[in-house]
Design a protein around this ligand. Structure first.
Ligand SMILES: Cc1cc2nc3c(=O)[nH]c(=O)nc-3n(C[C@H](O)[C@H](O)[C@H](O)COP(=O)(O)O)c2cc1C
Length: 193
């Protein structure tokens, strides 16, 4: 494929768009949309979120040391957009977006009932990178929607149905259909180890 060189850009796209919840000292919860998130370690299980210091949530998470990464299914894309264009400084986003807070198990920020997976996190480190600070969070509890489990206890990704965001054209996208599973290429070649 012949390529055109463009300016260095964050075109690792699409990436999951998540709803991060936090809670201030007075017990007031907030939500913000985050696309700069990722898995950074399997054991201990850790994820990162990168936030601009100007976000209201940045100060709350820095002070409380806790956040929850909530994975929205594609059907609540409009609510995800809403939480990413207004600040909790002025707006109660749970009621504004019509989302339901549910108490978490180990941290103070609430889970979002409408999300299919919720990862409770404690901040391990904050790494200043440039316009974003990266919060490294250790996952201390993981919650998966009951309806996502099949009768064998396996989690059906069709129900998790995560939402993607593409920085290339600033679009929301479905993450797509299953194309194969880990190691399937080897299974298709008999005799090869
Ligand atoms: C799709 C999408 C992805 C976003 N990703 C990020 C992100 O990764 N980091 C960030 O700091 N802000 C991101 N934002 C912007 C914040 O969600 C937005 O500024 C929000 O209003 C901040 O809320 P707060 O002031 O209540 O914390 C994103 C917004 C959208 C719509």
């Amino acid at each position: 494929m012949k390529k055109r060189t463009v300016k260095p850009s964050t075109y690792l796209s699409p990436v999951p768009a998540v709803l991060v919840t936090c809670q201030d000292k007075g017990g007031r919860p907030n939500i913000l949309t985050v696309a700069w998130t990722g898995v950074v370690c399997s054991d201990p299980p850790m994820v990162s979120i990168s936030l601009r210091p100007s976000r209201y949530s940045h100060g709350i998470i820095r002070e409380s040391g806790e956040f929850v990464v909530n994975i929205p299914p594609v059907d609540i894309v409009r609510k995800v957009d809403q939480c990413g264009i207004v600040s909790g400084k002025r707006v109660e986003k749970f009621s504004e977006a019509g989302l339901t807070p549910v108490p978490a198990e180990k941290v103070s920020p609430p889970l979002i009932d409408e999300c299919t997976i919720c990862l409770e996190c404690r901040v391990r480190e904050i790494v200043p990178l440039g316009v974003h600070d990266m919060f490294l969070g250790e996952i201390v509890a993981t919650h998966v929607a009951e309806e996502a489990f099949d009768s064998n206890g396996a989690i059906r990704m069709e129900i998790i149905n995560p939402l993607g965001y593409s920085a290339v054209d600033r679009s929301y996208r479905a993450m797509g259909d299953a194309l194969g599973s880990y190691g399937y290429s080897r299974e298709e070649k008999p005799g090869r180890r």
